[in-house]
Ligand binder design. Structure first.
Ligand code: ADP
Ligand code: MG
Length: 292
């Protein structure tokens, strides 16, 4: 009866857009004590928009945005897309950039029109020895609204603060509530600014937040949650997430995801709706109860 039951369970799952890649994934999800979720692109849509551009001096907004967006064009990060889209919406023509460099978990740098442009987090600015404390009161207020604060420097001088907003996915709040109601610990893991992460977490009723986690440290954050033999499911959209998906007792990839995520995950949610997680948990329980 065992194989039939698993097939029935997974057949019903397919109807809900949930793909179990193995019986082991089904079992591991059923037994998970902790559900850890990536923020950007998982709890949120992963399609941020530029909401704020604060200039430090009397420069021209168009000139500043042109330099910043041209530098960002080499980046695949959703933040970069938000900035480039805003420049396009303003009708700006973006010159080619040279010597582009992605600084993972921090930002980017590139040369545009002979000027060195650096864009990224407050931590990047600190590492570059740039003082942005004059902008901090305003960026803290934006971060408390759940927006991601960024800074831009040109030729080693801070020129602007920016903020991007990434809406919460419909279904995320309900999914978190279902998972918490089942007695599981729900944790957010993100590379984003701590204030931003806490503001988004508050809107979702998540109290356990690991923020400003470097991409290379996300799997270590999962490992930490696995202390004392606790079983962890990690839910991510796959951008930067493959090591964390692999480290978890079961990896859940949301959306069409990336190929990397689909390969590493034990469960794939085709719908891009996080309510697929509690649905998959319920289904795994029902299926395994059927077998035993
Ligand atoms: P996550 O995917 O969890 O949001 P990342 O580790 O990719 O986090 O990025 C962490 C932070 O690094 C971002 O919140 C942002 O401040 C900065 N960052 C990353 N990429 C860029 C970029 N292309 N432009 C500006 N800032 C960036
Ligand atoms: Mg993500």
């Amino acid at each position: 009866a065992t194989p039939t039951s698993v097939m029935v369970g997974t057949g019903r799952a397919a109807g809900l857009g949930i793909l179990f890649r193995s019986g082991a994934a089904l079992e591991a999800l059923h037994r998970a004590d902790v559900i850890a979720l990536d923020k950007t692109g998982t709890l949120t849509l992963g399609r941020p928009e530029l909401t704020d551009l604060i200039l430090t001096g009397p420069q021209d907004r168009a000139a500043a945005l042109t330099l910043i967006a041209a530098a960002e064009r080499g980046s695949e990060h959703p933040v970069a897309q938000a900035i480039v889209n805003a420049a396009r919406a303003d009708g700006l023509t973006l010159p080619d950039a040279q010597d582009f460099r992605a600084l993972p978990g921090e930002g980017i740098e590139a040369t545009v029109n002979g000027r060195r442009v650096q864009v990224g987090s407050d931590r990047l600015m600190t590492r570059l020895g740039l003082d942005v404390t004059d902008l901090q009161a305003r960026t803290d207020a934006l971060a408390d609204l759940g927006r991601t604060p960024l800074y831009a420097a040109v030729d080693g001088q801070p020129v602007a603060a920016l903020a991007v907003a990434d809406p919460i996915r419909p279904g995320s709040l309900e999914a978190v509530q279902f998972m918490q109601a089942s007695g599981r610990q729900v944790v957010m893991i993100t590379g984003d600014h701590a204030r931003t992460a806490h503001a988004v977490a508050r809107q979702l009723g998540v109290t356990d937040v690991r923020a400003e986690v470097h991409p290379a440290q996300k799997s270590a954050a999962v490992k930490e949650l696995q202390a004392d033999g606790r079983r962890v499911a990690f839910v991510g959209d796959g951008i930067n997430d493959a090591p964390a998906l692999a480290q978890a007792d079961v990896g859940v990839a949301i959306g069409t995801g990336t190929d990397v995520a689909a390969e590493t995950a034990g469960v794939i949610l085709m719908s891009g709706d996080l309510r697929g997680v509690p649905n998959a948990v319920a289904l795994s329980r029902a299926t395994l109860n059927n077998i035993r």
